[in-house]
Design a protein around this ligand. Structure first.
Ligand code: PXP
Length: 238
């Protein structure tokens, strides 16, 4: 069974476009859970362009499944994570100028502070996941740094067509097997939608998907409940 985490950041993006109080990502978190999602994922960005501290705090209180906090490996974010205590933290790279997370984290030359952050979070009972490109060197480094899981960045697969897509899919399959061999959980996300998710669901090592844009986009037309259930259906969960 593959777990579905729904990223509700885009709901906050609409709210922030007007700097008002709606739509509330807290309501979205409740709705996706009621539709059958296994996890709510939020990215608290340094520039607070969508999700705010208040959102993470309240979502932590209301979520009955699990909360996955995506964040950069900074002192500020570590403090917030230790105070809010999500079930898991996914470390992502962050650039102010990017529209969304572009590429996985580069941990090959990670400073000792990152290993310290991982152990501080793990010692407080938070699972720590690295968002990485499907690159074997990065995966080996993640095992060395004692990450609990790796979320494979599926963006290159999602953006490719034809033979290139098949090539990107093979890379994901190869690293999925390596991640499991190294004893870490295998997650995947970014750019997954109702058309490209099936091939990813067919990779046996993958146990969790985190999907935002496609689900929130479909929700505009069919509602969040139906959009989540449609995705669960493609994942063989209904
Ligand atoms: N996983 C991670 C680590 C991400 O940064 C994002 C985007 O915020 C997602 C999954 C969801 O990507 P998408 O919105 O393309 O489904």
């Amino acid at each position: 069974m593959i777990r579905l985490g729904v990223n509700v950041d885009h709901v906050a993006t609409i709210r922030e476009a007007r700097k008002t109080v709606e739509p509330d990502p807290v309501a979205a978190a409740v709705a996706v859970e009621m539709a059958g999602a296994d996890q709510v994922t939020v990215h608290l960005r340094e520039d607070r362009r969508h999700i705010q501290n208040r959102d993470v705090k309240i979502i932590r209180e209301v979520v009955r499944t699990a909360l996955n906090l995506e964040m950069a490996a900074t002192v500020e974010m570590q403090e917030i994570a230790l105070a809010i205590h999500p079930d898991s933290v996914t470390l992502v790279p962050e650039k102010r100028e990017e529209v969304t997370t572009e590429g996985g984290l580069d941990i090959r030359n990670a400073p000792p502070a990152v290993s310290e952050l991982i152990s501080n979070l793990r010692n407080s009972g938070i699972k720590v996941c690295a968002f990485l490109d499907p690159d074997l060197d990065q995966i080996k480094q993640a095992a060395h740094m004692r990450f609990d899981a790796v979320e494979i960045h599926t963006g290159s697969y999602a953006n490719a067509n034809g033979a290139k897509r098949a090539e990107e899919l093979q890379k994901i399959k190869d690293v999925a097997s390596a991640i499991r061999h190294l004893g870490m959980g295998v997650h995947a996300g970014h750019g997954l939608d109702y058309h490209n998710v099936t091939a990813i669901v067919g990779i046996p090592e993958i146990t969790e998907l985190n999907i935002g844009h496609a689900i929130i986009s479909r929700a505009v037309f069919v509602g969040l409940d139906r959009a989540v259930r449609d995705m669960l259906g493609l994942m063989g969960r209904l």
